[in-house]
Design a binder for this molecule. Structure first.
Ligand SMILES: [Zn+2]
Ligand SMILES: [Zn+2]
Length: 240
């Protein structure tokens, strides 16, 4: 694969009625992922543009069915579309509750939520449940089993010299004995390697620029190594 091949979005994968569409996964710009089965409609990492993409692609009926949002971490390219999505769901009079799963300690998603409720709380048509996750316990939503796992993602401090750990998760979605492993943003880590292995689809970030591994992101070589242990894989989050 050429570098440019990694940048062709959307990426689509389907096995029976287990379906995933990655509208985008571009470092510092946006991510946006739709996951559906015949019984479930989920979004993972609603970055900027997710509402526009969903509206164009699947329309209001499907968007209103979204029951759960899974956030890998709070960087803006993964949460930049949350506000517009929450607003849209209220304007369109969503009635059923919406769960937002995110790594415990993720300040961004809590800030967005609190600011949102402050502005729109009185007229909100649906309930929003914040679900911070601090373990690797599996849980079920609409017949899909979700196994969160901690990954190792860091961010540079303001001086640009040191880095600190960002609360970050990957998620393994299992439905009808098929599995999709989404690692979010991470440096090489055992938990991702373990969860990606033998998955029907692994979605692995290769966000490092160049050949050198960092403690922020993986190189294409590292990501491919993990991806190959799954039955099928996408490399995402590749710098353009
Ligand atoms: Zn990112
Ligand atoms: Zn990140």
């Amino acid at each position: 694969m050429k570098q440019s091949d990694y940048l062709k979005y959307p990426l689509i994968w389907r096995k029976d009625d287990f379906f995933i569409k990655i509208y985008a996964s571009i470092p510092n710009i946006a991510t946006g992922i739709l996951i559906t089965t015949d019984k479930a409609t989920f979004i993972a990492d609603p970055g900027d543009g997710i509402l526009r993409d969903l509206n164009k692609d699947v329309g209001a009926v499907t968007i209103l069915k979204v029951s759960d949002i899974f956030i890998s971490h709070g960087h803006h390219d993964h949460v930049g579309g949350v506000w517009s999505l929450l607003t849209y769901l209220s304007v369109m009079r969503k009635k059923s509750a919406l769960n937002i799963f995110y790594p415990k300690g993720c300040k961004e998603i809590e800030s967005i939520y609190h600011a949102f409720v402050k502005v729109y709380g009185k007229e909100l048509s649906y309930q929003i449940n914040l679900k911070p996750i601090d373990n690797s316990k599996s849980f079920k939503r609409n017949s899909v089993s979700i196994k969160p796992f901690k990954v190792n993602h860091r961010e540079l401090s303001d001086d640009g010299k040191t880095s600190s750990l960002v609360p970050s998760l990957g998620f393994k979605f299992i439905y009808d004995s098929k599995s999709i492993c989404y690692g979010g943003d991470t440096a090489y880590c055992e938990s991702l390697a373990k969860n990606a292995k033998d998955s029907d689809l692994a979605i692995i970030e290769a966000g490092a620029s160049g050949e050198n591994a960092t403690d922020l992101h993986m190189t294409i070589r590292q990501a491919t190594e993990i991806g190959k242990t799954a039955k099928d894989y996408f490399l995402v989050h590749v710098p353009g």
